[in-house]
Design a protein around this ligand. Structure first.
Ligand SMILES: [Cu+2]
Length: 301
């Protein structure tokens, strides 16, 4: 209990320090556009991916009727590099359709929309929420405790069940793709990459690296795929996860990470954990001043 309270206090202190610097959410003039720009119209779209062209950054989608705009048909849409890379033929999707003044259609905010995935994510989120509520004030997982089960989506839009990681040691942290503060999320990701390289060089097998987004409303699978691709991350054992807001909230509670939007600013703390093959937390570092070698040194080979 005492450790718990002390940790929370430390976390809030870190947040206070952060507020001074501010971990901003870009979105003002000149930032990468997300959502409608002037003169664009927006619609909701559902359909099935027929093919993806990563070079031209387009998806061919057999879409359902778009209310107030067009009947069901198969056509091409401009998408981001990450969405083009993450998409696979036959995948059902839902997205926001933007049409500019010249009639050019573009999809953003693309999420998997097949019933099997949605049902398992929904069931996983409900179980996680029940677990969080039942544990109440004891929800915070300390070193020695077992991590909660979760069902999220990875950077390719595939369901990522925590069972996938059982039997492997996991190095886990929380980040968000738009974090503009160099020594917060960008530094954490760079250190995770370094730990991945060190672990590989040390011959440590059965280790997975997992980064869960703090900003699921923006960080779709495609956005996370682009985040990983831009950094040249080897995703063979490094996953970027997103999912329902409620599941992310519950995980933040259980992992003792604070993330709060204040207007356009996401104030957040950082935590990096090492979890053993049985799902027990064996080490934890708060903030971003930890060394990759500390974690790799604690991994079993
Ligand atoms: Cu950040």
């Amino acid at each position: 209990m005492r450790t718990n309270a002390a940790r929370r206090l430390a976390a809030w202190a870190a947040l206070g320090a952060l507020l001074a610097g501010g971990c901003g959410r870009p979105g003002g003039d000149g930032a990468a556009p997300a959502g409608a720009v002037r003169g664009e119209r927006e619609f909701a779209l559902t359909g099935e991916v027929v093919s993806a062209d990563r070079t031209r950054k387009v998806l061919v989608v057999r879409h359902n009727a778009v209310l107030g705009y067009m009947p069901a048909m198969t056509m091409e849409f401009a998408v981001s590099a990450g969405d083009a890379a993450a998409a696979s033929a036959g995948e059902r999707i839902r997205a926001r359709l933007f049409v500019d003044a010249a009639g050019n259609p573009r999809l953003e905010d693309i999420w998997p929309d097949d019933k099997v995935s949605l049902d398992s994510i929904d069931a996983g989120s409900r179980m996680l929420h029940q677990d969080t509520i039942e544990k109440g004030k004891e929800a915070y997982r300390e070193v020695g405790d077992t991590v909660p089960d979760f069902v999220l989506l990875d950077q390719n839009g595939r369901v990522a069940n925590s069972a996938r990681f059982r039997g492997k040691q996991v190095m886990l942290n929380f980040i968000y793709s738009r974090c503009p503060v160099a020594d917060m999320c960008p530094l954490s990701t760079a250190k995770m990459m370094q730990a991945q390289k060190l672990a590989k060089a040390a011959g440590i097998r059965d280790v997975e690296f997992v980064s869960i987004t703090l900003d699921p409303a923006h960080d779709t699978p495609g956005v996370l795929r682009e985040y990983a691709d831009e950094r040249g991350i080897d995703t063979s054992n490094f996953s970027f996860l997103t999912g329902p807001e409620s599941a992310i909230r519950d995980l933040l509670t259980q992992f003792g990470v604070i993330a709060e939007f204040r207007g356009d600013i996401l104030d957040h703390t950082l935590a990096t954990l090492l979890i053993d093959g049985k799902g027990r937390i064996t080490w934890r570092a708060d903030g971003s001043q930890w060394q990759p070698s500390e974690f790799v040194g604690r991994m079993t080979r």
